[in-house]
Unconditional design. Structure first.
Length: 398
């Protein structure tokens, strides 16, 4: 076993209380290969994976490679967590094309094709419906048991009972499936039929749909901040990558995250002793408290329109946007610290036509689950959502 592998093993064998150690994708593969050679159990491997954080994106192709070294369901689950957590990062340098960047005119030509595509093709998509299947991964919470009485607003909720051990590390919680309307390429929120005690059930809900490509592209253009970044391979094709930033005054990116506790105290409590009891209305003997002091908890949504930055992945020949990353810029004093969204677009057949539509999303969030209640001290909670869209159908009236 080489020195690098020994070092990685020492890192991940440390106490879970230690902060996660940052490693590359190649180091992850070295680690898993060594654990397999040492015949480590599924639990041991998953525990090791819980204690690392990737510095590079674990692409789906790379994930399939490392999954060969996962001995069971627990370690496989953690590989999926690493994929979701790294979804907005840059792939390893070895996976990036070495082609030189286009000159200034070439870069502007790609942007012009993208602008025409967004305006004339994507924004003109017909009304659609799709089946959206979402997996939730979360830390600092036991998996919800099937007998808990908590039900999802979507159909076919699958709980994680028996899927993973409860721990402070990120693990699978549940999956939901629902049918969503999509107007001009923008996902719309489905009608909610059931009320779920979000927050009270130790989970959050994102009450706004995913960022809309048409809106984001327009605001990035108006901000004048779109700049060339690099080439990248998306679905095996050279893809032009541009970065952008949208300030608060030009942003319409709305966040609505449910729910956070707000403690409200009313009334008055008066403590008394045996000597002061007659004057304060206390009991005849001993000490105690009198009054009508009460503590109530209200559950409130975090709502804000926020600035953001992100990345556009553009087919240089057609201007088709193949991927979009949007990262909200949030104040660290707020109860929501992070909402980063990656949307992958791909071809789907709808009534004999091939349409480019959202096919996959990754959302990384970090919140302060106790809100402003102060209970339990300051603690954050990470929730990862991975979503796939399938079964696209036209919803145009016939």
């Amino acid at each position: 076993m080489n020195r690098l592998t020994w070092a990685l093993l020492l890192i991940v064998a440390s106490s879970p209380a230690l902060a996660a150690r940052r490693i590359s994708v190649s180091q992850l593969e070295d680690l898993l290969r060594s654990l397999q050679q040492d015949k480590k159990s599924d639990l041991d491997v998953s525990t090791s994976l819980k204690q690392v954080e990737l510095t590079e994106q674990l692409t789906r192709a790379q994930m399939n490679n490392v999954l060969h070294f996962a001995p069971g369901m627990l370690s496989t689950e953690q590989v999926y967590v690493l994929e979701a957590r790294s979804a907005t990062l840059t792939p390893p340098v070895s996976d990036l094309p070495s082609a030189p960047a286009p000159d200034a005119a070439g870069q502007q030509a790609i942007l012009a094709r993208a602008a025409a595509y967004v305006k004339n093709t994507y924004a003109q998509l017909p009304p659609l419906t799709a089946t959206r299947t979402t997996l939730r991964f979360q830390d600092n919470m036991d998996a919800v048991a099937a007998s808990s009485g908590i039900n999802g607003s979507a159909t076919e909720v699958v709980t994680a009972a028996g899927f993973s051990n409860a721990s402070s590390f990120i693990h699978f919680i549940n999956s939901t499936e629902e049918h969503v309307p999509i107007q001009h390429g923008a996902e719309q929120l489905p009608a909610q039929t059931n009320k779920i005690p979000w927050g009270a059930n130790k989970m959050i809900a994102l009450m706004e749909p995913d960022p809309d490509l048409v809106m984001v592209h327009r605001e990035a253009q108006e901000s004048g901040t779109i700049e060339w970044l690099r080439w990248e391979l998306v679905n095996g094709r050279h893809t032009a990558v541009y970065i952008f930033s949208v300030p608060r005054k030009k942003s319409r990116l709305a966040l609505n995250v449910c729910c956070f506790p707000s403690v409200r105290q009313t009334g008055k409590a008066t403590f008394y002793t045996a000597l002061t009891a007659p004057a304060l209305g206390g009991g005849a003997s001993g000490g105690g408290v009198t009054g009508n002091f009460q503590t109530n908890t209200d559950w409130n949504n975090f709502k804000a329109t926020v600035p953001y930055h992100g990345t556009l992945f553009i087919d240089p020949a057609t201007g088709t946007v193949l991927r979009m990353i949007v990262e909200a810029e949030l104040n660290p004093s707020e109860v929501v610290h992070q909402v980063d969204t990656r949307i992958d677009y791909g071809p789907m057949n709808v009534l004999g036509k091939t349409l480019i539509v959202p096919v996959k999303t990754y959302i990384n969030t970090e919140v302060v689950p106790n809100g402003d209640s102060g209970s339990g001290g300051y603690k954050t909670r990470r929730t990862l959502f991975t979503t796939e869209f399938k079964n696209y159908q036209s919803s145009e009236s016939k």
